[in-house]
Design a binder for this molecule. Structure first.
Ligand code: GLA
Length: 374
């Protein structure tokens, strides 16, 4: 048990799973994430100094950040998130006041379930409360994204931070990443359940590969814009892109093809979910994985092994990797009655094929940012 009794606020933000719409947020596409009951909690109290003192529930490190020199912590493995948030919170014109923070993050690190977004969102809300402000979830999501981009060095989209801050229990979020308009869609899966499985493959290279993919989609956009009046790749229809195939290098074309087709799948998947057509939804999840495997090339041996094992199981309607890729989790749509047997079979085959032991999570779709005085 962690000792939280002398703290003033308890803030929590959610990990997320993305149902579909992968690697399209930074191309202006729509995504369909859900906030999860896996949370990062931050306990906070003012300390009247010029320092932010950090403690973690699962590590013995204690680090103090000097509020007058917040640019100095970019190389810190864990504290860079709290430092980056404080730095960008100040940059956005807010006051950062001295405080003690205890971070208790139950979103597994490196799982592709957005532990860093949950940490950033909860931390920013704690800074707001300590300074006497009411946290605004959308503003916090945007500043958390900037902290990830400008301080932690990952040129990410807005999906994770938005889902972590603005999620709602039982709802998927159809988020238009171009306009930030978000429609909440009830998740009814009938006789099916979503199962999340962590490959437990260390998520190495994810940052450099992620930035590389983003640069490739930007290169595609720049070339296409010479011929076609689009603001972002998501504005292009798949059949229009096909007519420009020879204009792009084959590898760049494949990236663009994934983006425009994935955007189309998000619309179809939303429709399937509204209609309660789980077979159709599952089929789209599987198509999404195939595209991430073959065209976008962000899956890797472990995620492919997990997804392929799921596809071969008769109770599975479809499965795909979720998040940035290169390790992390799959999301599987499975007949509820067969979930336990599904998990056993898929994890056993995965272990045989890769040597890694997978972890399955029992999670609910939950609210995003929450806080209270304690
Ligand atoms: C990471 C990023 C998101 C998004 C996904 C891929 O989770 O943080 O912005 O790009 O990868 O869909």
């Amino acid at each position: 048990m962690i000792d939280t009794k002398d703290y003033k606020y308890e803030v929590s933000a959610a990990g997320r799973v993305n149902l579909i719409g992968e690697h399209v947020d930074y191309c202006g596409g729509k995504v369909l994430p859900c906030a999860l009951s896996l949370k990062c909690k931050v306990y906070a109290r003012p300390n009247g100094t010029d320092f932010i003192n950090l403690k973690w529930s699962n590590m013995s490190d204690e680090i103090s950040l000097d509020i007058r020199d917040l640019n100095a912590y970019r190389e810190y493995k864990h504290a860079k998130y709290q430092a980056g948030c404080a730095y960008l919170w100040q940059e956005a014109g807010h006051e950062v006041k001295g405080c003690d923070l205890l971070i208790d993050c139950k979103v597994p690190f490196g799982s592709g379930l957005s532990s860093s977004a949950a940490i950033e969102v909860a931390t920013l809300a704690a800074y707001a409360l300590i300074a006497g402000e009411t946290p605004d979830p959308v503003e916090i999501a945007l500043i958390a994204q900037r902290a990830e981009q400008e301080y932690a060095g990952v040129n990410c989209g807005i999906m994770d931070q938005y889902a972590s801050a603005c999620g709602r229990a039982g709802m998927a979020m159809l988020l238009d990443c171009k306009t930030l308009k978000c429609e909440y869609i009830p998740v009814y899966t009938g006789e099916y359940s979503f199962v999340i499985i962590n490959s437990n493959k260390p998520h190495d290279l994810v940052e450099s590969k992620y930035n590389e993919r983003r640069a490739e989609t930007e290169a595609a956009l720049t070339l296409l814009q010479r011929r076609f009046p689009i603001e972002c790749l998501a504005d292009m229809q798949p059949f229009v892109l096909r007519t420009y195939k020879t204009m792009l290098l084959p590898s760049i074309y494949r990236r663009a093809q994934h983006v425009v087709e994935e955007c189309a799948r998000v619309e179809l998947a939303t429709e399937a979910m509204r209609m309660g057509d789980m077979k159709r939804l599952g089929g789209l999840l599987t198509e999404s994985h195939k595209s991430l495997e073959e065209l976008y090339e962000v899956t890797g041996r472990e995620l492919d092994s997990l997804a392929h094992a799921a596809w071969d199981h008769p109770a599975c309607a479809g499965a795909r990797m979720t998040g940035a890729g290169f390790g992390g989790c799959t999301i599987n749509l499975v007949k509820s009655a067969a979930v336990e047997e599904f998990k056993r079979k898929v994890c056993a085959r995965y272990k045989r094929e890769t040597g890694y032991t997978a972890t399955c999570y029992d999670v609910d779709i939950s609210d995003g940012l929450r806080y209270r005085e304690i």
